[in-house]
Ligand binder design. Structure first.
Ligand SMILES: [Zn+2]
Length: 333
């Protein structure tokens, strides 16, 4: 903050408030407003004022919180029968057919190393599913994870493939010393950067981990998506206040460039899950929670018709508007 004004953490210019949410939708009983400020230059949003570490820890203390790694199982939700009408199924099916996004796989990343195994460090590796995939593709794998139960699962899964004790407790801002002492061909953060209190520190730390030809791969929710542009803080992947930062392809690229990295690829993923039953139920929960704190007594929108409108608008839109996530790979300049 300078002279009482909030400044952008990427370009240093003043930012202004774009929207507020009236509460954490996962704890609707607490009336606590959050403001998101936006930098028009960088297209970056941030919750302001920044919460304390205690407040951040507390915000994860909610029921059914799933430390999502971006692998929300859209295929599973597609096959959930439940009370869906034929139109609901048609919408889910259409969006599934038109979803060209792909999850990160070892094949996507080209790493050239001689006479040794390539190495990967995943920051925020959750239960280690992605690391297991890289181990299967011949990588030597390492991980950092703040959630102790996810960390235990990751370590026991990796031990089964002969990689014991590879996941250590830490965050992007506070990496364990033994992780810092190595260099890696791939450093991965998938759906992590939006949770970080200090994105500059997170990027600067992960850049330090890269080997000379190493690649930093970052996936975040894509706030250029039409869904976010229409719903802002009510968009299911806004998840305020667990998400503290809101990126578009532009702001993520500018942040990486600021830290001496050069973007090599930008890909988008996550389309059909925006039309799934789980997503629509999530929207209903968010709108109901917000309505409790709005005195005007606004009626809830029609979620099915809203989803159809979004499908029609987005299906042939360019990827930056269509997909809910963006993944950028960058190398040291
Ligand atoms: Zn800026």
């Amino acid at each position: 903050m300078v002279d009482g004004r909030q400044m952008c953490c990427v370009c240093g210019e003043p930012v202004s408030e774009r929207f507020k949410v009236p509460c954490d939708y996962r704890r609707p009983e607490i009336a606590r407003e959050y403001s998101v400020y936006w930098c028009q230059q960088c297209d970056l949003g941030q919750i302001q004022p920044r919460p304390s570490l205690n407040e951040i820890a507390d915000s994860y203390n909610v029921e059914n919180y799933y430390t999502h790694d971006g692998s929300t199982d859209e295929r599973a939700s597609r096959s959930t029968p439940g009370s869906r009408t034929i139109l609901d199924r048609l919408r889910t099916h259409l969006s599934w057919r038109l979803d060209c996004g792909t999850e990160l796989s070892p094949e996507e990343i080209r790493v050239t190393v001689e006479d040794r195994k390539p190495t990967i460090c995943e920051i925020g590796c959750g239960n280690g599913q992605c690391l297991l995939q890289f181990a299967g593709a011949g990588y030597d794998v390492f991980g950092v994870e703040p959630d102790s139960s996810a960390l235990d699962v990751a370590n026991s899964e990796l031990a089964k493939v002969g990689m014991e004790g590879r996941v250590l407790c830490g965050t992007a801002e506070e990496l364990p010393e033994s992780v810092r002492s190595r260099r890696y061909d791939v450093v991965l953060m998938s759906h992590v950067l939006e949770h970080c209190l200090d994105v500059n520190e997170a990027i600067s730390n992960s850049r330090e981990l890269l080997s000379a030809n190493g690649v930093l791969v970052i996936e975040v929710p894509n706030c250029a998506a039409l869904g976010f542009q229409q719903q802002l803080g009510a968009w299911p992947w806004a998840d305020i206040p667990r998400h503290l930062n809101f990126f578009t392809p532009r702001s993520l690229e500018l942040l990486l460039t600021k830290h001496g990295l050069q973007v090599s690829t930008t890909v988008f993923r996550g389309y059909c899950r925006q039309f799934s039953k789980t997503w629509l139920e999530n929207e209903r929960q968010i709108y109901s929670a917000f309505a409790r704190h709005q005195s005007t007594g606004t009626a809830l929108p029609g979620f099915n018709s809203r989803a159809w409108r979004l499908l029609i608008r987005s299906v042939f839109a360019r990827p930056a508007l269509k997909y809910d996530s963006v993944r950028i790979a960058a190398r040291i300049r």
